[in-house]
Structure formats: structure tokens, C-alpha cells
Write a protein that binds this ligand. Structure first.
Ligand SMILES: [Zn+2]
Length: 553
């Protein structure tokens, strides 16, 4: 560990044990809430004071000519570079340790009554980390905590003094848990029938963190007069309870993740083509409605900020501040609650999908996503479904069951362009949902085809796909891929709304039932031009021999 680098340190670094978190709501009475608010307000002011002093240090350090000299040291000399920077940090007191010293100097008089030394230290660490992100270029600026938003959490480092959590056994063997802070005992609401909770509370508590969250309204259950709710988060030693349904399969799975859909093709088990987090659509719609209401309320309360045509005026430094009506604040609060719920819902949907995948296989191969390109192209969809978070979740879960998630670089594999029949790579335009090649491969839905190609890549060997490796697998896979697409089609008929990228028309649009109907549809489509027709087609295209779909039919 770090002991080699710091031979001068006398105490050996503590052995790191695994940590997991357990969160419990707190029962807080009006008087207690008022005191908590006082402590957190002191914490906020203290944090801002450390942040401000630290920011000064950072600015001075960066203004020093030695800073530019250190930056000029080429990265090929890492030791020299590191030494130059750490000398500067030492000189200007820009280190976690120096910030703890700073915290000691700043924790004076009335602040000390609210914050004990350790809590002040953890706040100083937080301020240091925020500034260090700016220092190393991971953030542009730091954010001071405003009085309105306040400090939303505070934590200890240990559980024997100051802010701490205790579990007590009452006379009749009934157990209760309390968060202790100053002279207050805040009772936690504990569901002792929940195995996850009882397992967690059976572990050693490393430290406790107090959280404050805004409830949906001041009248929400458990909220104080300001509409705040309090929770305790316990950092516990060990690992969380593994639920028994955590079975793991042994297949190898190819994944093709799109901004709104996912194709799952295992080497042996059934293939799937699914919309990603379709259940989030109503939540997202409700949030957009609240957003529009906020916009209307903002306009109504600030007519002077808009011109005659209703466009927002250019703002200078001296323009009057925006007014927030009561209604606006209510809407904002409701929107924040909805957003929190949506995030929790998304997490559980991701979790469900991850478990379904892990139950089939422990080796997963997928192309590395290009989030940046996606964000530009499909901003809202990507933000809502968070495919990147899904991959992170999958990576962690697969690793915890002893498997591997291989992310292969798109540039070398080009799975979405490759055809294993002839070995050609042809770029497909976005609207083209099918892979069909003049060499006789296809028609097959393109995402399923990419996932199939991924499933048979050998992560240990060369990652460029070759024709030979797919000949045998294709024979068995073609029917499975078709079945997956048909199942998705069935669901569309039952009314499920599917993303267009899946090559299935939106729910409500009927699929051609009979020959004559199909002809009519084609007639209709041909009037709107070929490209439009391709976009909305549900059935794979039929090509004349010798014709290639890549040319554009
Ligand atoms: Zn081909």
C-alpha cells in the first residue's frame, strides 16, 4: 500500500476492510429538527469558510511561476513532475492534512459548540476534495453552499464519540436504534423483519452520516415544519446481504446496447430484443409537465424579464433578480421529488435486467459505448435511460459473481457494419434497421445481429471479427434471432410502445394481416418515397438477387 512512499510515517496505514451502506429514516420532533438545522447551518458556514480559504491557497499556488515550471516538465519524467508538484502543495498548504490544520484554526467560538473536531475534519476533507478536483482539472470551479440549499449531509469518522449510532435492547428484548448527536437521541425507523436491515445492523458500524432531504411538501409524512426529512446512513464493515436469487449462469452473451433498446444474444440460450427502461416513460412525462408549469409560473411572476413577444430579455449584471412565487416553489419541490423517484425506479429496472443477464451467463461481450456521441444525438433518451449506468451496474455485478464484462473497442470491431458472409464492412445509415447483404445473410434486425457477432468474439484473441468464426454459429443462431424479433413484434401488437430503432412500428399501427392489406400499405408507403417507407417498415425488406441493401434499395 502507501507505506513505501512515506517511510517517515510512524503509524502503519490502517488495513482497509470492505464497507457497505444502510440507510434508515429518522423520527425527528420539531425541537430536535430546529437544533439539527442549527448544527447543519454551522456546518455550512464552516464548510464555506474552509472552501474560501482553500481557494485562496489554490490561486496563490497556481500563480507561482514554479507552478508553470512544474507543468512544463514532460510526462515522460513522472517522478520529477510529481516531486515538483508536491513541493508546491507543501509550500502552499494544499493537502488534506494541511486542510485539517486549517479546520482547527477556523473552528472557533460558537462553531465549536455545534461541530466537534472530527466533524470539522470530515468537512475540511470534503472541501479539499472539491478544490483538488479543480486543481487536477476534473472540475472547473467549486460550489459554495448557499443558505437556501444548506448542507445536506454531515458525517463522522468513527462511531464512539460525537455523531454516532447505537442499537439498544429494551426490557422485552425489543431492539431500537438511535442516532446520537449532542444531547439529542433521534430514533431510527427500523423494519426488523427486513433481512437486509437486520444483516446490516449485525455488522460493526464504522461511522454514521446524517442526511437531510427535502420532502415533496411540508405536509409529507415525517417532514418537519420546513419540509425537511432526516435519515441516517451507516457505513458498515463487511458486505451487504446477498439475496438468494442471485444465481449465475455459464453462457457467453453478446450485448448490443442502444440509446433506447438492448439486444441480448447468448451463445446457447434464447435471444432477446427489448426496449430499455420503457416503464420510465410516464415518470418522464410527468416531470416534463412540471417543468412546463415552472416555466409558466416563472413568466407570470417576472413579466419584466420578457419582451413584448414573450422572449426572455438579455440579462446584465444589474438586472433585477428573478422572483420566485409560492406556486413556483411548490412545483419545483414536486419536480425534485419526482426526479428522485424516477432515479430510484431506473435503478431498480437496471437491477432487474442485470440479474436476468447474469442468471444466463458470466462472460459478457459488448462494444464500448460512445456516450459523448450519444449525448449529442439522443440527449433526452440517454439521460432518461442512462445506458452507461446500466453497463457500470452490470460490470460490478458480473465481477462480484466471478465473471467478466469485455468491452471491445468499436473502432477495430465495427460490429454494426460487418457482414460475416462476405467480410465486408458497410456503414448502415441510422434509419436502416435491418442487416441484409447481397451475399445472402439476412434479413436480420441489426441490433440482434451486432449482439450475435459480439457473442462469438474471442476476447482472449484478436478482436477483429473474421468470417470463418461465424459460419457454424450462424446456422444455430439465425432462427433464435428471428424468434427474438418476433417476440418483440408480439408485444408491440399487444400495445407496448417500442423504440423505433427496433424495427417495429409504434403500438397502434397494425401490422399487415393479409396479403391485400400489405399491398395497400406498400402503395401508401411508396407515395411517401422510399426512405420514409424504410423507416416505418415492420417487415424486413425483400431484395432482388444481386441487389445490396447498403446501396439503399
Ligand atoms: Zn455479406
Amino acid at each position: 500500500m502507501g507505506s513505501k512512499k512515506h517511510p517517515q510515517q510512524s503509524t502503519p496505514p490502517k488495513k482497509k476492510t470492505p464497507t457497505f451502506l444502510l440507510e434508515l429514516p429518522l423520527e425527528v420532533e420539531a425541537g430536535e429538527a430546529a437544533r439539527l438545522r442549527g448544527h447543519l447551518e454551522a456546518g455550512r458556514q464552516f464548510y464555506n469558510a474552509v472552501l474560501s480559504a482553500g481557494q485562496r491557497r489554490l490561486r496563490q499556488m497556481r500563480a507561482d511561476p514554479a507552478w508553470q515550471a512544474a507543468r512544463a516538465i514532460p510526462r515522460t519524467h513522472p517522478q520529477e513532475r510529481r516531486a515538483a508538484f508536491s513541493a508546491l502543495r507543501e509550500q502552499y498548504g494544499f493537502s488534506e492534512y494541511a486542510f485539517h490544520e486549517l479546520a482547527r484554526a477556523l473552528r472557533v467560538s460558537w462553531l465549536a459548540e455545534h461541530l466537534d473536531a472530527v466533524l470539522a475534519q470530515t468537512l475540511a476533507t470534503r472541501a479539499y476534495r472539491a478544490l483538488n478536483r479543480v486543481c487536477v482539472g476534473n472540475a472547473r470551479r467549486v460550489r459554495f453552499k448557499s443558505r437556501g440549499r444548506g448542507l445536506s449531509s454531515i458525517e463522522n469518522k468513527r462511531n464512539d464519540t460525537g455523531l454516532r449510532f447505537v442499537v439498544q435492547t429494551q426490557d422485552e428484548g425489543r431492539r431500537t436504534g438511535y442516532l446520537l448527536w449532542h444531547n439529542d437521541q433521534l430514533q431510527a425507523l427500523i423494519d426488523w423483519d427486513d433481512p437486509v436491515v437486520t444483516h446490516g445492523l449485525g455488522q460493526r458500524i464504522k461511522y454514521a452520516r446524517l442526511l437531510r432531504r427535502r420532502a415533496s411538501s411540508p405536509r409529507a409524512q415525517g417532514a418537519d415544519s420546513e419540509g425537511e426529512r432526516y435519515y441516517v446512513q451507516l457505513a458498515l464493515e463487511g458486505r451487504p446481504l446477498q439475496k438468494p436469487e442471485h444465481i449465475r449462469g455459464s453462457d457467453t452473451i453478446g450485448l448490443d446496447l442502444g440509446p433506447a433498446s438492448i439486444a441480448i444474444v447468448p451463445r446457447h440460450a434464447a435471444a432477446r430484443l427489448e426496449p430499455l427502461c420503457a416503464e420510465l416513460r410516464p415518470d418522464a412525462r410527468a416531470i416534463r409537465r412540471l417543468q412546463r408549469r415552472m416555466e409558466r409560473q416563472r413568466r407570470a411572476a417576472n413579466p419584466e424579464h420578457y419582451d413584448e413577444q414573450g422572449r426572455p430579455k438579455k440579462r446584465g449584471k444589474r438586472s433585477a433578480p428573478w422572483k420566485q412565487s409560492r406556486g413556483y416553489q411548490v412545483t419545483r419541490r414536486r419536480k425534485a421529488t419526482k426526479e428522485r423517484k424516477l432515479a430510484a425506479h431506473r435503478k431498480s429496472l437496471h437491477g432487474r435486467l442485470v440479474h436476468q443477464i447474469v442468471a444466463v451467463g458470466h462472460t459478457i461481450i459488448t462494444e464500448k459505448l460512445s456516450y459523448k456521441g450519444w449525448q449529442k444525438r439522443y440527449g433526452r433518451s440517454v439521460g432518461l435511460r442512462a445506458p452507461g449506468m446500466l453497463i457500470d451496474h452490470l460490470r460490478r455485478t458480473v465481477a462480484s459473481t466471478g465473471g467478466t464484462l469485455h468491452e471491445v473497442p468499436t473502432r477495430s470491431t465495427k460490429l454494426s457494419q460487418f457482414c460475416h458472409g462476405c467480410g465486408q464492412t458497410v456503414k448502415k445509415p441510422l434509419w436502416q434497421r435491418w442487416h441484409q447483404c447481397a451475399c445472402g445473410i439476412g434479413p436480420v434486425q441489426r441490433d440482434l445481429y451486432s449482439a450475435f457477432l459480439a457473442a462469438y468474439l474471442d476476447p482472449a484473441a484478436d478482436l477483429t471479427p473474421s468470417c470463418a468464426q461465424y459460419v457454424v454459429p450462424w446456422e444455430g443462431a439465425e432462427a433464435r434471432l428471428r424468434a427474438a424479433h418476433e417476440r418483440a413484434q408480439e408485444r408491440a401488437k399487444e400495445g407496448q410502445v417500442l423504440p423505433r430503432s427496433m424495427g417495429i412500428p409504434r403500438a397502434g399501427a397494425r401490422l399487415p394481416q393479409s396479403r391485400s392489406e400489405a399491398t395497400q400499405e406498400l402503395l401508401f408507403l411508396s407515395r411517401r418515397g422510399n426512405v420514409e417507407a424504410w423507416k416505418h417498415r415492420s417487415e424486413p425488406p425483400v431484395l432482388e438477387p444481386g441487389e445490396s441493401s447498403a446501396v439503399g434499395a
